[in-house]
Design a binder for this molecule. Structure first.
Ligand code: SF4
Length: 238
């Protein structure tokens, strides 16, 4: 799976040169998670991350190219305990996986992608309420006063995400990136639409859409993303 590689490179280039705090994954440090989303009332909230008018973006990229060599959490900007007032917010996940077999076993690849998408929206750290808009790729987080008092930080929340992703058999390594520097979040916002277009095209291809480039609404994506056309047109010849 190399379809997202250029977006991973664009993301890491945008972040390069900025001060980063890097934390290694530790399963024991993962913040406690709940079974379901928790509603945190405004009066119980200590912080709001990514709330309008601050920028916010969330996206996930998958690769088999050795782009992520270990489980890690990268934090750009202030950590939770240092934030005063509202700020921009971005959570980006880059997954190193084993071969999803998208060019051979469509059903298996389709299921793997669905499993990964499921994790994206199903991690519920206690005292950390996530509100997502999958249409606009935004993600807002409300943090409870109690969680802040107990010392919640991005290392423990990131570890909770990694722990959940590691339950999916194809996942080898996970990089979770948190960004609270609003200027940097703004730079990352346009990437989400492109990542989304790749995921949409890929799932349509795996779903068995016809191979007619001349009449295909996905052509702009396929013209731009290395390997997409080969994946689809190659499948026709298999
Ligand atoms: S390869 Fe052609 S038919 Fe297939 S998704 Fe891309 S543009 Fe559409």
């Amino acid at each position: 799976m190399k379809l997202y590689d250029s977006m991973i490179d664009v993301t890491m280039e945008a972040l390069s040169g900025h001060r980063v705090k890097k934390v290694k994954y530790s399963p024991g440090a993962a913040w406690k998670c709940l079974e379901n989303t928790e509603f945190i009332m405004q009066r119980d909230a200590a912080l709001e991350l990514g709330g309008a008018p601050a920028p916010s973006v969330n996206y996930t990229c998958v690769s088999t190219s050795g782009k992520v060599c270990e489980d890690e959490i990268l934090i750009y900007g202030s950590d939770i305990g240092e934030i005063k007032g509202g700020c921009g917010f971005s959570r980006i996940v880059i997954l190193e996986t084993s071969d999803l077999g998208e060019d051979k076993d469509t059903e298996k690849a389709f299921q793997a992608i669905r499993n990964l998408e499921f994790v994206r929206y199903h991690v519920f750290p206690e005292g950390y309420m996530v509100r997502v808009s999958s249409q606009s790729n935004q993600e807002q987080v409300r943090i409870a006063r109690d969680a802040l008092k107990k010392g919640i930080d991005f290392a423990s929340v990131g570890s909770a995400y990694i722990k959940k992703y590691r339950e999916v058999p194809c996942v080898k390594n996970v990089r979770v990136i948190f960004v609270t520097d609003s200027e940097l979040v703004r730079l990352l916002v346009p990437n989400a639409d492109k990542v989304d277009a790749i995921t949409r095209t890929l799932t349509h291809i795996l779903d068995g859409m016809p191979t007619d480039c001349g009449h295909c609404s996905m052509k702009a994506v396929c013209d731009e993303v290395d390997g997409m056309k080969e994946l689809h047109l190659g499948k026709r010849n298999n």
